[in-house]
Ligand binder design. Structure first.
Ligand code: COA
Ligand code: AMP
Length: 659
């Protein structure tokens, strides 16, 4: 099939969306034809109750076979599946569909040889190298449930995920490469296993891939009494490559942890059939992407963007995906993205607004862009955080291609709102994420859950149940937590945690979170978990962490700490200790560098910390001191203290030469 013809070619967006609602079963059974079923589903959806549903009951599928074997069998084995480009080591590699299928089958065999069976969990802690993709698809091949953990998390965050997912095997590497430093993974894995109590962790084997740029290997841990440490190559020697296993449509493909309001991350559970169908629809309808097309998604496999639009989406669609290890700037310059687009003829760039702001700061005139032929680029997609209109205009004018700001979450797996370029390109509006996608009936509700959707009316963004195929089926290990986190606040709806409004054209504007989740450089963090860490310090009586405006990263976490009575400290030293503590317990990804020490935190008479007021003061917004404040003088003291906020310098960035 040529990628220029597709099922929606003549349809209008409105007609497509309406049909997804009015004739839901027919719509999704139709969409389900885009993937190969081992046993076709008997129906589109089985609604078990108000809060429980399953997509494509009776269907049996293998997502790895759909991402790889299907294309090889269709004669596209020599097409490039994966391009690996590392700005950190200078490595460039191109892997065909048949080669990737063979690698995946072999590694799946290696997992089996370590005792991994369908339903077992495998934790993947790998940097942006092809092994990450291989390991994910190998799990999918044999029905093992993978859980990828981002490299920027600390050992204790890794430990929390091990304790929750209880993986039988961990697949890791000697480490990742950040500008100016190598991040050694093995000591982190070892520490995480120790935190989990060694053998108690349930982890039987750790498979380690050596990188010559980062020290450490399985052999260093040969004497670990708790787990077998096996070398990546050694683990694959003499194994029988594994064939794809038929799995029920609702078999969990992966668990992906994301921040909630508490310190304990939520393990979002993704199904197989619904995800394959939802994503396949998105690749066509939203990205207009298929065989012969190349997509460059600048994110990390540790995030949902990486799962859906570096790995599964592009490969399900039979196109070429670029796996880039590097940054938008500094590795070595602000032309990195343009170099990649032109080297590989990419049609789509997908990234977080932060990355573009970083480029804009470094190269506002886009001089680097002129060095490359980026004429293959057809559209830029942005997600992960709110796109500020100023940067939107800068990209739109500078690149001269449509800029699609699309809104989605780890939970939904693919965009809830977007500009469906594959159906009907709609006019884009700065600050808006355009319109709801099929299967997502988006409403604005008030705090009682009453539907107040109307042009210009601001409120909680909620989605009518059931959610589209591909969205989460639950939270790992706790049915109750799924309901209490998302389905209880507004009965009959999924509570997105975001607030916003529609305009008169039905365009959605997402304005910000309604909970304690903040977005730092497109990374989702819970302020609650940062507060938990700050209160570990013996000098801290209480604290508040809030997300404040950040020119580059959208938001950053600012910590306000009140000391225990009578404690004498050196401000700079305490701040440095707190910053170190967060880095050690949450990880560098928190980017925590901003500490203000106060006498007391502003509170209401009932003891509630006035976070919103603090944020407004820090952001320089007009604020009103609530009448319920316990002591207005605390606000004056806070303003004085802000003048003494300790901003720790960013670690020096050393440029790594490319080549
Ligand atoms: N492993 C280990 N550490 C990591 C890491 C990883 N995979 N990724 C990031 N870090 C570290 C960084 O080195 C940095 O450490 P530092 O405090 O020692 O400098 C810290 O975590 C913060 O990372 P981040 O906020 O991502 O900033 P950055 O310095 O790596 O890059 C920009 C910042 C400006 C380049 C930013 O524009 C960017 O591109 N960020 C990533 C956006 C993104 O992909 N978001 C994902 C959602 S789609
Ligand atoms: P994550 O689960 O890490 O992808 O984070 C999801 C959250 O990021 C959403 O709930 C929003 O708060 C925010 N977000 C994602 N995309 C957008 C967008 N296009 N505009 C505004 N906020 C967004």
């Amino acid at each position: 099939m040529s990628h220029h013809t597709h099922p929606h070619a003549s349809a209008s967006y409105r007609a497509v969306w309406d049909r997804s609602q009015a004739d839901r079963a027919a719509f999704w059974l139709d969409a389900a034809k885009a993937v190969d079923w081992i046993v076709p589903p008997s129906d589109a959806i089985e609604e078990r109750s108000e809060t429980e549903w399953r997509w494509f009951p009776g269907g049996k599928i293998n997502v790895s076979a759909n991402a790889l074997d299907r294309h090889v069998d269709a004669g596209r084995g020599e097409n490039t599946a994966l391009i690996y480009d590392s700005a950190m080591t200078g490595t460039r590699a191109s892997i065909s569909y048949s080669e990737l299928r063979d690698r995946v089958a072999r590694f799946a065999g290696a997992l089996r040889a370590q005792g991994v069976e369908a339903g077992d969990r495998v934790l993947i802690y790998l940097p942006m190298t092809p092994e990450a993709v291989t390991a994910m698809l190998a799990c999918a091949r044999i029905g093992a449930i993978h859980s990828v953990v981002f490299g920027g998390f600390a050992a204790s965050e890794l430990a929390v995920r091990i304790q929750d997912a209880k993986p039988k095997v961990i697949v890791t590497s000697s480490g990742g490469m950040e500008p100016g430093r190598a991040v050694e993974y093995l000591p982190l894995v070892k520490r995480a296993l120790d935190i989990c109590g060694g053998t108690e962790s349930g982890v039987e084997a750790v498979i380690v891939r050596n990188r010559d740029t980062v020290p450490g290997s399985a052999a260093d841990y040969a004497s670990d009494p708790h787990a077998r440490w096996v070398d990546w190559e050694g683990a694959q020697q003499g194994v029988t490559p594994a064939d794809p296993v038929p799995l029920p449509s609702d078999h969990p493909l992966y668990i992906l942890y994301t921040s909630g309001t508490t310190g304990n991350p939520k393990g979002v559970v993704r199904d197989s059939g619904g995800y394959a169908v939802g994503l396949s629809w998105a690749m066509r309808g939203i990205y207009d992407f298929g065989p012969g097309d190349t997509i460059f998604t600048a994110s990390d496999v540790g995030w949902v963007v990486g799962h859906s639009f570096i790995v599964y989406g592009p490969l399900l669609a039979g196109g070429t995906t670029v796996l880039y290890e590097g940054k938008p700037v500094g590795t070595p310059d602000a032309g990195a993205f343009w170099r990649i687009l032109s080297s590989y003829g990419a049609k789509i760039l997908s990234t977080a607004p932060t990355a573009l702001r970083a480029i804009k700061r470094e190269d506002p005139e886009l001089l680097e862009l002129q060095k490359y032929d980026t004429s293959s680029l057809k559209a830029v997609y942005l997600a992960g955080e709110r796109m500020d209109p100023e940067t939107w205009h800068w990209v739109n004018d500078g690149l001269g291609v449509p800029v699609v700001d699309h809104w989605w979450q780890t939970e939904t797996g693919w965009p809830i709102c977007a500009n469906p370029l594959g159906i009907e390109p709609l006019e884009s509006k700065a600050g808006s994420t355009t319109v709801p996608m099929p299967g997502f009936d988006v409403r604005i509700v008030d705090s009682k859950g009453t539907d107040i959707t109307a042009p210009g009316v601001e409120g909680n963004i909620a989605i009518k149940l059931p959610l589209a195929p591909g969205a989460l089926l639950g939270i790992w290990g706790s049915e109750e937590r799924f309901v209490s986190s998302y389905l209880q606040a507004f009965p009959g709806y999924y509570a997105s945690g975001d607030a916003g409004h529609f305009d008169e054209d039905g365009y959605l504007f997402v304005m910000g979170r309604t909970d304690d989740v903040i977005n730092v450089a497109g990374h989702r963090l819970s302020t609650g978990s940062l507060e938990e860490v700050l209160t570990m310090h013996p000098a801290v009586a209480e604290c508040a962490v809030i997300g404040v405006h950040d020119e580059l990263k959208g938001q950053h976490a600012a910590g306000f700490v009140a000391l225990k009575h009578g404690v004498e400290v050196h401000r700079e030293e305490l701040a440095a200790e707190l910053i170190r503590l967060v880095r050690e317990h949450v990880g560098p990804v928190a980017s925590f560098r901003d500490v203000t020490i106060v006498e007391r935190l502003p509170k209401t008479r009932s003891g509630k910390i006035l976070r919103k007021t603090i944020r407004q003061i820090v952001d320089g917004e007009p604020y009103k001191i609530p009448a319920t404040i316990e002591d207005p003088a605390v606000i004056d003291a806070l303003i004085v203290a802000l003048g003494r906020t300790v901003h720790a310098p960013a670690t020096t960035q050393v440029k790594i030469p490319v080549g």
